[in-house]
Design a protein around this ligand. Structure first.
Ligand SMILES: *[C@@H]1O[C@H](CO)[C@@H](O)[C@H](O)[C@H]1NC(C)=O
Ligand SMILES: *[C@@H]1O[C@H](CO)[C@@H](O)[C@H](O)[C@H]1NC(C)=O
Length: 342
């Protein structure tokens, strides 16, 4: 069966709509500070509209965190760089993923792409099974949090993260790989307008290599392919999908290492997440964002997946999010999981 997922990710907006709504002047100073912190610049027309959305988000944050202190949520939220976007805008901008287009895609399956792992393949010792926590960052298999900027390239960050992990596991060296190499040169994906991790792995395999991020730095826009054959930092021999349930996902991340996964990151609670175990009962499996799964753990009896995002370190918990684990596949985290072989 063919399943191809197109991941569009987040792009910031320049939409301008005027509004006559009154603003809360006690927030003037906060608004000014926020704009300067995130280097926001608006036209005069746009400013009051953005301020209105921002104030709405400020109210949402205040209420959510109040409810958190009463035990109604397991995570907190905070103002961040996405504070001037509405849900609808964020989703429109983030969802380069279009199901009908994905279904129509002619992408060929190669190298066991649909060779879905099944449980029989796993041989685990009792020792392994007892471990309630896996965190591949501790092994030095995960690079520092990166930032995709105003470019829908989450798929490239998810893919490099997974290759970096497998490369470090095999060769004992952690090398930050080039997302720009993928954005520019993987012609089956669409650069800043979205793409596929499977396609990225296939590009690296067919190209017989990928450059390092140092050799081929990130620019957050698609340009011509400038891959340098004399500076290959890693190679890929193929890739595999992992079965679509959280039990298999746990076994796979434990056995294999960091995995490229797709999630629904479209909710305001996700966009403004700060810390704690993220759970939103309205977060369905409409996949629109790609991230890197680096392990799992438990706090105060709550199980979570450890997820590395590509929205910089000022978002969430130093760039990471703990996502609810074994709670009916919240946000569809187990639905599209892929990893490269190196
Ligand atoms: C304005 O914002 C302040 C600070 O958040 C809040 O205490 C106050 O209730 C707000 N005023 C109105 C009219 O919403
Ligand atoms: C996908 O295929 C269907 C049926 O052939 C067609 O109606 C639809 O327009 C196609 N979508 C895209 C985005 O190409």
């Amino acid at each position: 069966m063919k399943f191809v997922l197109f991941l569009g990710c987040v792009v910031l907006s320049t939409l301008a709509v005027a509004s006559g709504s009154t603003l809360n002047s006690t927030l003037d100073e906060d608004w000014k500070n926020w704009k300067s912190e995130y280097e926001k610049q608006y036209t005069e027309d746009e400013e009051s509209y953005r301020r209105m959305i921002w104030e709405d988000n400020m109210r949402y944050i205040k209420q959510h965190n109040q409810e958190y202190s009463m035990g109604k949520h397991t995570f907190t939220v905070e103002m961040n760089q996405f504070g001037d976007l509405t849900d609808k805008e964020f989703n429109e901008l983030m969802n380069g993923f279009r199901q009908d287009e994905a279904d129509n895609s002619t992408e060929e399956e190669v190298d066991g792409e649909d060779d879905i792992e099944d449980d029989e393949e796993f041989e685990e010792s009792d020792e392994d099974l007892k471990k309630a926590t896996v965190d591949w960052r501790r092994n030095g298999w995960v690079t520092a949090v990166k930032s995709q900027g105003r470019c829908g390239s989450c798929w490239a960050f998810s893919a490099t993260g997974a290759i970096e992990g497998q490369w470090a596991k095999k060769h004992g060296r952690l090398v930050s790989l080039s997302e720009q190499n993928l954005v520019d040169c993987d012609k089956r994906s669409r650069g800043c307008n979205g793409g596929w991790m499977s396609s990225a792995f296939r590009y690296v395999r067919e190209n017989k290599g990928i450059n390092s991020a140092r050799t081929y730095p990130y620019e957050a826009r698609r340009r011509t392919c400038r891959f340098r054959r004399n500076a290959i930092a890693a190679t890929v021999t193929g890739h595999r999908r992992v079965g679509r349930n959280e039990r298999t996902l746990e076994r796979s991340v434990r056995r294999i290492g960091p995995l490229a996964v797709a999630i629904n990151a479209g909710r305001r609670s996700f966009r403004l997440y700060k810390r704690g175990v993220y759970y939103d009962r309205r977060c369905n499996a409409r996949l629109n964002h790609a991230v890197l799964l680096v392990g799992f753990g438990r706090e105060k009896g709550r199980k979570y997946w450890i997820v590395k995002n590509s929205w910089g370190t000022s978002w969430g918990d130093k760039g990471y999010i703990k996502m609810a684990k074994d709670r009916r596949n919240n946000c569809g985290i187990a639905n599209y999981v892929v990893y490269p072989m190196v």
